[in-house]
Design a protein around this ligand. Structure first.
Ligand SMILES: *Cc1c(COP(=O)(O)O)cnc(C)c1O
Length: 363
């Protein structure tokens, strides 16, 4: 029996990639903001419909660079219902994550609980558009304005998503996108920051290249987070197909929905009003179903179908953070993390496999 993984990377036709990388052999220019990097940056600026964008070698370092560029200090309010990267970026930059609970319906940060967590040390909010559900961006903007806080979105899951027709990267002070192999759009590894204030562009470009600002001047203690030309070439090829890939994902999600909707004890995320989704993930919450989440996970595994307990455990419960930060009021996040399972989803997943997965879950 073939194994179905939770995800599978999108690849362009091989000959198109080979064509795209051929001129690297003529230019001998492999990295450091080459021609492909520039073309991809321009292409993504247009696709994401944002005023400013800087590319990075991955999403995580993009997030760390954003934290550096905004010179954040003290405490950052964030969600524990996310991938390791979000919390690690905060901690690795010497800041304290202050965990806020999530909402029952779409698992994004609960804006009603943010203000009670703000102290004189708070410098920013780092929310996550988790699974592609959009945070309450308007309420977060109100809170941030009132308390003079920066907002950096972890938009790793929301490539190409729009809200009332506007690219999701336009909200907050900055948004981080990930182009990791497993994401809706990939550059093998890769990432980007989109941001409002155009004066950040030079700072970010310098931070990703050792803080170098000109051949004889280094103004920042920067690291190395540059996207190379092979990554950018993959991005150029994949960008041509991303709409088609999202279209295929849509059919798969619709198939899952029609098969699993309305079953007692199975909870799905409702579409959000005004949001054009990218169908990045298909999370299912088993809450009072005849099988527990862990039982469904094992059942699928026995059939060579690999689902993922995503996101479990909460980042606040990671061994490396045990007892370090307050996580008393995370009841909804704990509840969902114990019950959620993301089912296999990628553009070329066959509908008959979706049917088989649903049948196993239902019988
Ligand atoms: C993938 C991901 C990241 C990190 O992105 P990389 O490009 O792999 O560094 C950060 N946050 C979330 C929520 C992610 O899913």
């Amino acid at each position: 029996m073939k194994t179905i993984q939770v995800t599978r990377s999108s690849l362009p036709p091989l000959d198109e990639y080979i064509d795209e990388i051929k001129d690297i052999w003529e230019s001998f220019w492999l990295t450091n903001v080459g021609e492909k990097h520039k073309r991809l940056e321009a292409g993504l600026k247009e696709y994401l419909d944002v005023p400013n964008i800087v590319l990075f070698t991955n999403g995580h370092l993009a997030l760390e660079c954003a934290i550096e560029a905004f010179e954040l200090t003290g405490e950052v309010i964030t969600t524990p219902f996310t991938f390791a990267s979000t919390t690690h970026a905060i901690v690795r930059k010497g800041l304290k994550p202050v965990f806020c609970d999530i909402k029952e319906d779409d698992f994004t940060i609960n804006t009603e609980k943010i203000e009670s967590l703000i102290t004189e040390k708070t410098s920013a909010i780092i929310p996550v558009h988790v699974y592609g559900s959009i945070c309450d961006v308007f309420e977060i903007e109100n809170i941030a304005k009132k308390h003079n806080l920066k907002v950096i979105y972890d938009a790793a899951h929301t490539f190409g998503v729009t809200v009332n027709g506007e690219g999701v990267g336009n909200f907050g002070d900055a948004s981080m996108f990930s182009f990791h192999a497993t994401k809706v759009f990939n550059t093998i590894e890769g990432g980007a920051l989109t941001f409002k204030d155009k004066s950040l562009k030079n700072i970010l470009n310098s931070l990703k290249n050792f803080g170098i600002t000109s051949p004889e001047s280094v103004e920042f203690v920067g690291g190395n987070a540059k996207m190379n030309e092979f990554q950018a070439a993959m991005g150029l090829c994949n960008l041509k197909y991303v709409d088609r890939e999202i279209g295929k994902r849509k059919l798969i999600v619709e198939r899952y929905m029609s098969s699993l909707e309305g079953i007692k004890g199975i909870r799905l995320i409702e579409p959000q009003e005004g949001v054009k989704p990218n169908f990045a993930y298909f999370p299912v919450v088993f809450d009072g179903y005849k099988y527990t989440r862990d039982q469904v996970f094992e059942l699928l595994k026995k059939n060579n179908i690999i689902a993922r307990k995503y996101f479990y455990p909460l980042t606040s419960n990671f061994n490396c953070y045990k007892g370090m930060f307050d996580s008393a009021d995370l009841h909804v996040a704990e509840y969902i993390a114990d019950r959620v399972l993301t089912l296999p989803l990628y553009a070329d997943l066959e509908l008959q496999d979706v049917d088989r997965i649903c049948k196993i879950i239902k019988e």
